[in-house]
Design a protein around this ligand. Structure first.
Ligand code: SF4
Length: 383
């Protein structure tokens, strides 16, 4: 590997522990030094080498010459009446991405972004209309988490139980393990972008998240949501086993799905669901299928019946997300009657199904509909 970007210092937050060990080896240093530095960065939130007092002065100076530790502060935080906190981050090159902290029954779930924009062009998604600007680096992914942890530390009240009747991102509610000290319980890749289109950066970020010496999240509390890139799903299953997978399904026939999700032309439903069947799931873990209910598109009982058939034999739960109308969208929110009938049909057939509360509705199914709102908010502030 090259130890520094050409003519630039290396951001150590781009490296999982094994990468940091290689980096230190390249400097002629012992392996355990990498562990010390890794702990300083992720457990003690060090932002400079000067803070790393168990390293020699000579090593600290050498690191400062060749490397740095990046950080990210939110440019804006919007707080909803339901306790949802939306963070807008402005990256070094001026691109904006977002993360959203959602309190669910006293457990904070953090939705993070993997890309600035998205190339997948799902018709119901605001992020899709922006197109892809670029992939986020590993450091930009983990820095979203670290920034929110700092915010929670500054606002201790947010660490106590918050009652919120929203069921977005219902990950592993049976998991009895305690929340992390800063009270982020679950991490979900459901912000901007298609994470499987950026696996070279997402996989190291996941490794940092679940490393016992890194961010220390249990792998059962990390979920990646995809629109259904089949080969990349396989790679994810091989390289980061035991994290949770959510698949944004949203249709029950290829014809229907192609209309709203262009990815279906490459990976039609059968191929996608076969890949779901093959995805390595530990123990009693289930795949989550996200299903955005759109009026007149996919919200009939016929759709519910087909959904039941398509997912039969796959250990799964279904997240129904009533479409949230936004400016410029060509789709309509479903009626309460059709939501209830769809939900009832599945639950009567012993499917685990959750309908997301509409108060969380401005959190998009798998993407960042909030960016526009946050940018508006920033522009208003600037004006
Ligand atoms: S739904 Fe997800 S994959 Fe589709 S365009 Fe939006 S961000 Fe991209």
């Amino acid at each position: 590997m090259s130890f520094s970007d050409v003519g630039e210092k290396t951001d150590l937050k781009n490296l999982p522990l094994e990468g940091l060990e290689n980096y230190l080896r390249g400097m002629g240093k012992e392996r355990f030094r990498a562990m010390q530095i890794f702990k300083w960065i992720y457990q003690k939130s060090a932002e400079s080498f000067d803070e790393m007092t168990n390293l020699s002065k000579e090593l600290r100076a050498g690191l400062a010459d060749m490397a740095y530790i990046s950080t990210l502060e939110p440019s804006a935080i919007e707080v909803g009446s339901d306790g949802v906190r939306k963070y807008l981050f402005t990256l070094a090159d001026g691109n904006g991405v977002e993360a959203v902290l959602i309190p669910i029954e006293g457990r904070n779930t953090l939705c993070i972004s993997a890309q600035a924009g998205c190339a997948m062009g799902c018709a119901f998604c605001l992020t899709g209309t922006f197109g892809l600007t670029r992939n986020l680096k590993t450091s930009e992914i983990v820095n979203q988490i670290l920034a929110v942890k700092r915010d929670l530390k500054r606002n201790p009240a947010l660490q106590v139980e918050i009652s919120a009747d929203t069921s977005c991102c219902d990950i592993d509610e049976d998991d009895p393990s305690p929340a992390s000290p800063e009270s982020i319980r679950n991490i979900v890749f459901m912000g901007m972008g298609e994470p499987l289109n950026n696996l070279d950066n997402v996989i190291p970020a996941i490794k940092i998240m679940i490393d016992g010496n890194g961010l220390q999240f249990s792998n059962r509390r990390v979920t990646l949501s995809t629109c259904g890139l089949v080969p990349e799903m396989r790679r994810l299953g091989e390289e980061t086993p035991n994290i949770n997978l959510a698949v944004s399904l949203n249709a029950t026939t290829d014809e229907q799905r192609e209309k709203i999700m262009p990815v279906n032309r490459r990976y039609p439903l059968k191929m996608l669901l076969d890949a779901c069947r093959e995805f390595p799931l530990p123990g009693r873990r289930k795949i989550t299928f996200e299903y955005v209910l759109i009026r007149g598109m996919n919200d009939t009982l016929q759709d519910a019946k087909r959904l039941l058939l398509l997912t039969s034999g796959i250990p799964c739960k279904i997240n129904l997300i009533p479409f949230n109308e936004h400016e410029g969208s060509d789709f309509w929110a479903p009626s309460q009657e059709s939501i209830d009938a769809f939900h009832r049909y599945l639950i009567d057939r012993n499917v685990t199904v959750i309908t997301r509360d509409s108060r969380g509705g401005d959190i998009s199914a798998a993407c960042g509909q909030l960016k526009g709102k946050l940018l508006n908010h920033l522009e208003k502030d600037a004006g």
